[in-house]
Design a protein around this ligand. Structure first.
Ligand SMILES: O=C(O)C[C@@H](Cc1ccccc1)[C@H](O)SCc1ccccc1
Ligand code: NI
Length: 183
């Protein structure tokens, strides 16, 4: 199983790489993507997270575990432990997005960044993402709210972009005109 030590930390150059499209969905790739999802599931289980010292995460991109592969996992539970969103995406691409932007009022963190970096990270409020699932079937996701934020955070990782790249240096805590906080 993946644990926190397997997660690459800033300023490792791997986190600045635009990772490669996956040409063939072979067993190794599927197993690696399942391991990434398993980390997220484990990290949100209080007992397991405590036992293995896992930092909780709702998303994980392949370069964060050193893989030059265009794939990511998202696993978001609601407060009662029911699964809200559970995706393993191969070659994901944003097909369209809203003009309106959103942001998490408390800012963002990252499993690959140990220190807290304050500041609002503006993202598109709604996005449509096309990808392929582990069976090779096409997937289309229309996301808004928290799922849209998490997907864009992970998609950025595939292009070597870190959340703090998107914090305005001059007015880090200032919402942009027309931007809405994530409900
Ligand atoms: O580093 C990662 O990619 C995983 C991040 C993703 C993320 C952070 C902030 C906002 C959206 C996505 C981890 O999930 S950070 C920990 C976390 C846990 C629960 C909710 C939000 C962030
Ligand atoms: Ni991150």
């Amino acid at each position: 199983m993946l644990t926190t030590k397997d997660i690459i930390r800033d300023p490792d150059p791997m986190l600045r790489k635009k990772v490669a499209e996956i040409k063939e969905i072979d067993k190794e790739t599927v197993d690696q993507l399942k391991e990434m999802r398993e980390y997220l599931v484990n990290s949100q289980n209080e007992e397991t997270a405590e036992k293995y010292g896992l930092r909780p995460g709702v998303g994980l991109a392949a370069p964060q575990i050193g893989l030059d592969k265009r794939m990511l996992a998202v696993y978001i539970e609601d407060g009662e432990g029911d699964i809200d969103h559970d995706f393993m995406l191969i070659n994901p691409k944003v097909k369209s997005h809203s003009v309106t932007e959103t942001y998490l009022p408390g800012g963002e963190g990252c499993l690959s960044v140990d220190e807290d970096i304050a500041g609002l990270v503006h993202r598109y409020q709604r996005i449509k993402v096309n990808a392929v699932d582990i069976e090779g079937n096409p997937v289309e996701i229309k996301a808004k709210g928290m799922l849209a934020v998490v997907l864009q955070h992970e998609l950025d990782h595939l292009d070597g972009i870190m959340f703090y790249d998107r914090i305005d240096e001059d007015m880090p805590m200032e919402p942009k005109i027309g931007a809405r906080p994530v409900e």
